[in-house]
Design a protein around this ligand. Sequence first.
Ligand code: HEC
Ligand code: HEC
Length: 160
Amino acid sequence: MKLVKSLLLVTLALAAVGVQAKYNGEDRGRPVMPAEINAKMQAECSGCHMAFPPGLLPAASWKKVMTGLDKHFGTDASLSAADTKEITDYLVKYGSNRWTASTAPLRITESEWFKAKHLSGEISPAVWKRESVKSASNCMACHSGADKGDYNERNIHIPK
Ligand code: HEC
Ligand code: HEC
């Protein structure tokens, strides 16, 4: 019993080290929607895709995204100065609390943690090209509770 316990502890410790190394400090932290909901963010950032939970990127990324809204991934998503500031403050406040890298990707899908979870193994390359998925940014295609910050394994369904 004692041996089983210590083996378990060693395995857990190794797993923790592995996770650290794999993401190179790019760690999403809390993926859930914060208890404090910002109505403006929900309204203005959900027109073209779901409103992404802020914990998926570090504060520095959100600042970059929010200062480039007029040239937002090929579209113009610009807002008034007041709305931009309110939404930026909210996203920055709840950005990833575990990001130790100095990197600040513009996309969640470009981050090391995202690639480690999605682009190695399990999901075949063809899946990303399906009409039902289209883009890796389309989290809702596979995580039905993504807009609520639910990425639980139990609620993942890869569409046909
Ligand atoms: C006018 C449409 C539009 C609006 C409004 C909009 N976006 Fe986007 N956003 C896009 C498009 C298009 C993409 C690229 C999607 C893709 O590559 O499939 C994108 C991608 C993103 C990504 C990167 C997703 C990834 O690939 O990891 C983030 C982060 C993001 N948007 C944040 C925001 C925030 C924050 C707001 C609100 C201030 C917002 N967006 C409002 C159109 C919009
Ligand atoms: C094509 C389907 C698909 C799409 C699209 C997708 N995911 Fe995933 N995601 C998965 C699968 C499958 C896993 C489980 C991978 C594993 O654990 O090995 C996963 C795992 C995750 C996890 C880790 C859950 C955990 O606790 O380990 C998070 C967080 C996540 N995805 C967020 C996102 C976000 C954010 C987006 C959109 C920007 C997204 N995913 C788009 C299929 C998808």
